[in-house]
Design a protein. Structure first.
Length: 345
């Protein structure tokens, strides 16, 4: 065991507070943190919904529904060593001086919006892009730990197709899918089949399917459930990730996952996408639908370039391994507990 953990003489209890444990990138980032950190930590997730129950069980992490129990009461009863907020706009955090227990406070920010300053011990941005929006926080309290994934999960055996597949997966919410997305894809007039995989709001999924039927595009575009994401990636030739104009990804898990699967990625040159995609080598960064269409056409026509970019994409994607992220969180958790113990003495 690491010497840092020997000094602590006990498991460190981390109380993770997050707005909702519904299917989403921020929630997946939380479980990636838990799965990548040392066994010297005890993780307790405090949230609502819990659509990640089976995953948390596999990680030996407990769950507390804060809709049924007051958060301050939970903190008193659990007496954590560290409270780790996984902040998203709209989630109200408790200022450190209001916490009814002496412990370290960490805030991880996965959204490019200025986070509330609650005088936490440390603020962690999930990308350099997100960190640009946190300059109101004391620079000594801010660091960047990029939101990495379990690369083993997306190292997939590729399958051959008789047609080009342009895939995409994400949570299917309003802030992820552009308006008139089906019409946009059809207007591309590409010799390829589109597959959109993911779970989310049933009304939006139903609307997408109705638009496909309305345009007689059942053989051109398909909507697959989230359970088939890996199957989609295993047959995907090109990964096209377009989001609404006002939606900015900090460090998109889905892009990393597609890269690890060996797929060239086309995404808009905004948010943290340029921290993942190397333009012209692992895929393309585009501005607007016309460029996205042209880059897709280029990769459809040039098989050698498509395969070369897919290989480059995989190599780069493998550097986004969550074990790298886990070691960084291990050190932060340990240092914060040791510092807090000194202050108590």
């Amino acid at each position: 065991m690491n010497e840092n953990f020997k000094l602590l003489n006990k498991k460190i209890k981390i109380l993770h507070l997050i707005q909702h444990m519904k299917i989403g990138g921020g929630q997946k980032a939380l479980t990636n943190i838990i799965s990548s950190t040392s066994i010297s930590f005890e993780h307790v997730v405090v949230s609502t919904f819990n659509q990640y129950e089976s995953e948390l069980n596999k990680l030996n992490s407990s769950f507390i529904d804060c809709e049924k129990k007051n958060i301050l009461k939970i903190i008193r009863e659990e007496a954590p060593d560290i409270i780790h907020y996984h902040w998203w706009p709209g989630f109200k955090m408790i200022p450190k001086n209001k916490i009814p227990h002496n412990c370290g406070i960490i805030v991880t920010v996965q959204d490019p919006t200025p986070v509330e300053d609650i005088q936490a011990d440390i603020y962690i941005s999930g990308s350099n892009f997100i960190n640009l929006f946190q300059k109101h926080i004391d620079g000594k309290k801010r660091i960047v730990i990029k939101s990495y994934i379990d690369v083993r999960e997306f190292t997939l055996k590729k399958k051959k197709n008789t047609e080009i597949i342009i895939g995409r997966h994400s949570t299917i919410y309003k802030n992820k899918i552009p308006e008139n997305y089906i019409k946009t894809l059809l207007d591309f007039s590409l010799k390829a089949k589109f597959i959109i995989a993911g779970d989310g709001e049933s009304k939006i999924i139903e609307k997408l399917n109705l638009e496909i039927i309305k345009n007689n595009a059942q053989n051109k575009i398909e909507i697959w459930p989230g359970e088939k994401i890996k199957e989609m990636l295993s047959i995907c030739d090109i990964f096209l990730y377009i989001t609404p104009d006002d939606s900015f990804e900090g460090f998109a898990n889905v892009i990393s996952e597609a890269m690890v699967a060996g797929i060239p990625v086309i995404a808009e040159n905004k948010g943290g996408n340029s921290e993942q995609i190397i333009h012209g080598k692992t895929g393309f960064l585009c501005t607007g639908y016309n460029e996205a269409r042209d880059f897709c056409q280029l990769l459809i026509e040039d098989r050698i370039l498509r395969l070369k970019m897919g290989g480059n994409s995989k190599k780069r994607g493998l550097t986004f391994d969550h074990t790298i992220m886990g070691k960084q969180y291990d050190q932060i958790y340990t240092n914060l507990v040791k510092l807090n113990n000194k202050e108590k003495q």
